[in-house]
Design a protein around this ligand. Sequence first.
Ligand code: GLV
Length: 304
Amino acid sequence: MARIYVTREIVGEALSCLRALHEVEVWPGPGSPPRAALLAAVADADGLLAVLTERIDAELIEAAPRLRAIANYGVGYDNIDIEAARARGIAVGNTPDVLTEATADLAFALLLACARHLVEARAAVAAGHWGTWEPAGWLGLDVHGATLGIVGLGRIGRAVARRAAGFAMTVLATRATPLDELLERSDFVSLHCPLTPQTRHLIDASALARMKPTAILVNTARGGIVDQAALVEALWAGRIAGAALDVTDPEPPRPGDPLLAAPNLIVLPHIGSATRTARAEMTAVAVENLIAALDGRPMPHAVV
Ligand code: GLV
């Protein structure tokens, strides 16, 4: 029987399968375990089930001499020092596929909401500012027939492209179209690449300057892909029409972060995969990954 530390209460039935096989300790919350508690908890752990807010770095790996398996609860794994894990022979897995459609739904919801000012219009109604029907009120952008640029045509990018087909959109993707050209031609740019040293601040001031002044940026990938200071400046200067972010850098933004005051911006609290089904399936995949690795088998969804 192995000892497994789980850094959050997670949804779904699958955790009971893990409990039937191993000794499982779950951080009760609220929120993440403080760093010191996490370092102490992994000291005798054989397996770790972590969510993406936990920094699984060389220090943590060193503090966990027995650790053999890390199951990340999410598809992105930029929170994990993969090289440090590899050097120790620790298996690392993620939860792809099961959250693809939910995340693509949210990207499209953000795109539509930003194009048609849903958030501001709803707030105006709630504040009692619905005077009368206005011919020139709340004018937004057409989504149908527009051009969508997808940066990162992986599983989620392709799922967004499938939705775009239903809106008769022209889809450009970075696999076939150079990024500069994609930025210049797109009415909507949606980010779906992982955060890596190569993609950090991929969307910087010069990338934003290439976008049409009528264009909207959607980010459901990772906050660090966008240079947020440059985005704030571009929004205030009207260099792009709007942005809709499910992810920021850091998360949450610090109080007083200029991002939160920027115009034509929607910010959500990183809820791309937050459907009951997706989250329960993520639990199942993370548990399968752990059980396999602790049993000496390859993880079904291994990244190392
Ligand atoms: C969420 O952002 C994930 O990587 O699953």
